[in-house]
Write a protein that binds this ligand. Sequence first.
Ligand code: SF4
Ligand code: SF4
Length: 154
Amino acid sequence: MAEKPFWQTKTLEQMTAAEWESLCDGCGLCCLIRFEDEETGEVIPTRVACKLLDQHLCSCKDYVNRKAHVPDCIKLTPWNIEALAWMPPSCAYRRLHEGRDLPGWHPLLTGDAESVHRAGVSIRDQTISEASLDDPEDALDFQAPELNRERGER
Ligand code: SF4
Ligand code: SF4
C-alpha cells in the first residue's frame, strides 16, 4: 500500500519547515491589499497587489527580506493560524486547517508549479500593483470580493 503524503499524516504543527513551505501553491491571493468592512468585520480583497509581488509569477520579489520592504507582511505559521480567517478558501493552509485535503491542481500533487495557474486559481496577470497608485486609499476602488470565493476544483 502506498504511503500517505505528509499533509495527510501530520498536523500543521508537526510539519518540517520544508514541508510547511511546500504547501504554498503559489496562487498569490494572500498578497492582495485587503480592507476590513467596519460594519460587518468582513475582510475584502482588492485587485491591487502588494508592491513586492511579481504579478506574473505570483511570487514575492524579495521573500527573504520582505519585512524590510513591507513591515506588515504577515508570516503565516502554525501558531498564528487564526489569521487564516482572511485567507482564500483555496489556500492549502486553510484547507488543511479546516480538515479538507489538497485539491487535484495543487503542485504537490501535479509536480508542476504551473498547475495552479492552469486551474484558474492564481491571480496571474489579473492585478495592478499598489506601486502604481497615487494614493494607497485608491485601492478601495478595486474591491474584488469574488476573490474570497472558492476558485478551481475543490
Ligand atoms: S493564499 Fe496560501 S497558497 Fe496562496 S500564495 Fe498565499 S499562502 Fe500560498
Ligand atoms: S511582501 Fe511579499 S509575501 Fe508579503 S504580501 Fe508582499 S508580495 Fe506577498
